[in-house]
Design a protein around this ligand. Structure first.
Ligand SMILES: Cc1cc2nc3c(=O)[nH]c(=O)nc-3n(C[C@H](O)[C@H](O)[C@H](O)COP(=O)(O)OP(=O)(O)OC[C@H]3O[C@@H](n4cnc5c(N)ncnc54)[C@H](O)[C@@H]3O)c2cc1C
Length: 392
């Protein structure tokens, strides 16, 4: 059996590995020229932890994890206005919370392809899929790239993220499924040894209205930045993404100014949104990860769900020996995985209303809630919700 997997993000890499281990031939097509190096720190807890332990990926992920002591909100002068003890929340989540940099997760999943016997997986970077069909006995994709061409297989797996082109070609246009949450998120990494020394082991967030700048020091001399802000429409004429971030985040103090000065011209900067679809599979095609069920970074579970969903897809599809068996496996995957994704989407939508306070009263409320978590016996669910809201 042969699978065409589109997108070598976390979901695509794990799906490719699991199918390769089950004996499939896999062609993995990725638009970018190599692994994507953008992204911020992501909490890794919940279903992805159990799945990664089961499939043997957990040790690779744990090896890259960062030690976080606290998440703290600061004002423009650098004074801490609210702070959250991270160990306490890790304990409440059963001790199974890792803080992982998104590119490190992708690199770990890529390195894990070496577990698959040689010759089963062909990874092709620089190949952007521009057409896909799954309506007859075989599935086909066409692509641009070094050599414009096409490939065919038994099953097509769209793991190409929130703006999936497999979804557009096989299931219909993005507007039918994208649910914007009213904000954008940008993430980039800059080299700044001085800033790096200032914020070690702490998620630091600006305690601001309508925009939040977050930063975290990496093991090198770098700093990872996440900037979340209200979506006020497209770029104005001649404006770069960096220009827009400089406009949106002006006046937040020295640390943010330094980040903005070093920000690349075209950082990762996307709508914060969910994907909601009535059906994730049709014929021999299926979607996995953000392509079918993006929960938004506010749910704090994108990476975890990508791994768990891909592992389940591999479990169910791996043993299939015919197109008919594969189609049954895709239906079973959707039946079993959909409830988990929908629960996480509900949590992501709830977090959206508290992540960016719209006024002073809402900001004050957030401070009080965070302070209340220091009280003994604080409700476990509240604690988890805050963990998701703050440390995305
Ligand atoms: C650069 C980047 C930075 C991110 N930063 C954060 C973050 O800081 N915090 C957070 O919570 N989430 C972040 N995310 C989202 C997070 O990675 C996902 O929610 C989660 O990992 C699920 O990933 P996925 O594999 O389903 O999709 P993605 O991680 O989006 O991967 C999809 C892959 O498909 C590729 N692709 C897209 N279209 C095509 C095409 N036509 N042909 C071939 N390949 C294609 C993309 O280049 C990408 O590599 C980021 C995603 C990206 C791509």
């Amino acid at each position: 059996m042969k699978a065409l997997v589109v997108g070598a993000g976390i979901a695509g890499l794990v799906t490719a590995r699991q199918l390769g281990l089950a004996g499939w031939q896999v062609e993995l097509l990725e638009r970018s020229a190599g692994p994507r190096l953008d992204g911020y720190m992501m909490d890794f807890f919940g279903p992805g932890v159990d799945a990664s332990v089961r499939i043997g990926l957990y040790p690779r992920l744990k090896a890259t994890a960062y030690r976080v002591e606290a998440a703290q909100y600061v004002d423009a002068e650098g004074r801490v206005s609210a702070s959250l003890d991270y160990d306490r929340f890790a304990r409440l989540a059963g001790g199974k919370v890792l803080s992982l940099l998104r590119p490190d997760m992708e690199k770990a999943a890529l390195a894990a392809l070496e577990d698959v016997p040689a010759g089963r997986i062909r990874v092709r970077y620089g190949v952007g899929v521009s057409g896909a069909t799954a309506d007859d006995g075989a599935v086909r994709v066409s692509f641009d790239g070094a050599e414009a061409a096409e490939s065919a297989g038994d099953v097509l797996i769209g793991a190409d993220g929130i703006h999936s082109s497999v979804r557009s070609h096989v299931f219909g246009p993005e507007e039918q499924y994208l649910r914007p949450l009213g904000m954008r998120a940008a993430a980039f990494i800059v080299a700044d040894p001085e800033l790096n020394g200032r914020f070690r082991n702490r998620f630091t967030l600006s305690d601001t209205i309508d925009r939040t700048a977050a930063l975290y020091s990496l093991r090198s001399d770098e700093v990872a930045a996440l900037m979340v802000y209200r979506d006020n429409g497209p770029l104005t004429s001649g404006e770069t993404r960096r220009d827009r971030l400089r406009r949106e985040f002006a006046g937040l103090g020295d640390a943010v100014d330094r980040l903005l000065k070093l920000c690349p011209e075209d950082p990762y900067d996307d709508v914060v949104a969910q994907i909601v679809m009535p059906r994730w599979h049709t014929g021999g095609a299926v979607l996995v990860g953000d392509a079918c069920g993006a929960v938004s970074l506010l749910a704090g579970q994108g990476g975890s769900l990508a791994i768990a969903g891909a592992a389940l897809l591999g479990d169910l599809l791996g043993p299939a020996n015919s197109r008919a068996e594969a189609e049954d496996a895709l239906a079973e995957f959707e039946r079993r995985w959909r409830p988990t994704v929908e629960t996480a989407q509900t949590s992501g939508r709830r977090a959206a209303s508290t992540f960016l306070p719209a006024n002073r009263a809402q900001r004050l409320l957030r401070r009080w809630v965070i302070r209340a978590t220091r009280l003994p016996g604080v409700d476990r669910l509240v604690a988890r919700q805050i963990l998701r809201t703050i440390a995305t």
